[in-house]
Design a protein around this ligand. Sequence first.
Ligand code: 9GP
Length: 828
Amino acid sequence: PRLEFGEEKIKAERMFGLMDVFLKNDPLSLQKDILDHVEFTVAKSRFNFDDFEAYHALAHSVRDRLIERWHDTQIHFNRKGPKRLYFLSLEFLMGRSLSNTVINLGVRDQFADALSQLGFEFEVLAEQEGDACLGNGGLARLSACQMDSLATLDYPAIGYGLRYQYGLFRQVILDGFQHEQPDYWLNFGNPWEIERVHITYPVKFYGTVTDEVLNKEKHKVWVPGEVVEAVAYDNPIPGYGTRNTIVLRLWAAKPSDQHNMESYNTGDYVDAVVNRQRAESISSILYPDDRSYQGKELQLKQRYFFVSASVQDIIRRFKDTHKNFNEFPEKVALQLNDTHPSLAIAEVMRVLLDEEHLGWNRAWDIICKIFSYTTHTVSSEAMEKIPVDLMGSLLPRHLQIIYDINFNFMEKLKKMIGLDYDRLARMSIVEEGAVKNIRMANLSIICCHTVNGVSRLHLELLKTKVFRDFYELWPHKFHYKTNGVTQRRWIVVSNPSLCALISKWLGTEAWIRDIDLLIGLRDHATNAELHQEWKMELCNDLMLVCTIGNVQVSLNAMFDVHTKRIHEYKRQLLNILGIIHRYDSIKNMNKNDRKKVVPRVCIISGKAAPGYEIAKKIIKLCHVVAEKINNDNDIGDLLKLVFIPDYNVSVAELVIPGADLSQHLSTAGHEASGTSSMKFLMNGCLLLATEDGSTIEMIEEVGRENMFLFGASVNDVPALREKGPALKVPLQFLRVVRMIRDGHFGLKDYFKSLCDKIETGNDYFLVGADFASYLEAQAAADKAFVDEDRWTQMSILCAAGSGKFSSDRTIQEYAEKTWGIQPCRCPS
Ligand code: 9GP
């Protein structure tokens, strides 16, 4: 009999009993599946295929299992009808999928066995996979971690984003300079996505808005000037230790058949086709700047394109099972990952008003209940603004709606605060001036029920600086959820030996789902046997060394890692100046003193936004300094500096497990949270850091004595800046800057502007002011490193105290306090 899965009458037992006959995971079945895919998907003979072809066949076999679970999860969700979370993010930095997927599905060893009998090694095939880099940095990787946690914790959620054809640029270093190359990541196919040719929505742009009367009521009708089709690409995301598999739905733009038909009739056939191809450019490229919105038409088009398709999909899903919108807020939570998707507010409003004819008050009531917003920045300057002219031409109806929202808000506000025009102007969604702008953060705060920061300090800064006016008006809206990262990716996948060690000493693997158990390592922090094993584990640096290429490094050295986007506020420059100081000091030491020097391998990695000149100079400076130090035989193994090009998720997976010390140097008050520090901490790497972002909470979890902290605190920063030219900087600082200015490393003219930036009086990020304290922290790290027992104990305590920084905890807080969603676990 034909089964109608969506219907209540089907018994759960029968349904799930049936699933047992589906894909099997014994070695023979797995081998057959892989070989079937070699033969019929990759279309190579099963007697003759290489590693790359084997990877694709393997990935498809894994994907089959993912799809099966995903279907089961969908059926279960549809039967239960829970409130769903829709997570809207313009960026997801997924990295590779294979290893993570097989671990979450619990079939890694089975696949590895099956492959080895076919003469292939799992690890070798895993290396064939490229990274999916559909994001810039912290925000984008956070989204990926959060999807993993949503699936693992059984939450009914869907992620929505854009399927860029070109991911984040590849960084190529030529003669020490960064060059950008396009990342056409789909060149070799992407086995992890499923194209849904039948799930498409028209997305409208431009045109005009007219008034029409319908059932004696006036309505707005938007007649678009261009229509583009959004096609869904589904990427299943498996949970760990659960059958639940959710989906990340990414939209790609395709030309629509609805428009431009007349061009064909006028005989302008070739031009018409070429013009239609332009539609695809909407989803073609990820903008490579993580901190500024450029107000470009294409960028706005991208945002609206993904928002409109997602909103249509969400409303379609709701309407499949509901006759009216009464229950919408009980079934739908929409999370705005920063303001990039905040046009969704105006879009839902437009659909409810113009298409569903709900009337303003009802539509507005729904908006205020369903949206929540998380901001990832601390600077008012980085807040998105969209020129009114641009918005009016591309999205004329949305501009009207935003004006109406703003008018209502301003009227209400006047009643509450009176005619304080400065404050009214600051809080208005519309920024007046030579160029009028729509302030997307103001729109989001006004319309969302909750505004979240990403660490406790971040919330403080939002309350007292960035969003102060709004906080004073609506203190109840402002919250924080300290970021977290997934231990599945950042320990289990990337550091299997540490994973095994932790499980052994905790006597359970349960910490992979329940990270709080890590605290149990504290009980063994002084155990000599654990110390022995932990030290062996830390010696896994070898992996790292192999990738460091041409530079010969000593295994006894401290591996000191600084990896993140290159930014002035992240102060890679401080690190490089510290390295120059170390080099200069060693050069001036006598033989005896040199014996006491702790050998260091300093590793820096990160991309600079293509238009960010100063950041690019920092990369070049790193290379010239490395060239000098690494080729100085007099220094030998005592100091090496390596820049690893093209930092991405896979490079991070390699570097983080091998690091002894990691650096997080943001000027206090500039890093909203920081998440790489969490990955290092979980891996037992010690942190040298300022008291910024989430580091403040790390101090509470692992203890100040187990970290190397330095620098001005967030409260000191304004006074230091105010001192201007009177600010005292240490002589060592002046000396190292002078070395650069004098051309000790070459290119003195080129580096002049960089040196000028940290000149006293000009030094906004306080590199000089923090220098002495930075050197002290570095000296403390050296001292601790030579005391092996102390270092190992600190390292164990770091891992033990890292539990709070799992994205599982973050997601649970969001679910309970912001989204109001419940776990919905699929029977297994
Ligand atoms: O700069 C923040 C970083 O501090 C935070 O950890 C991350 C995730 O919340 O977001 C970063 N911001 C961005 O990537 C873009 O604003």
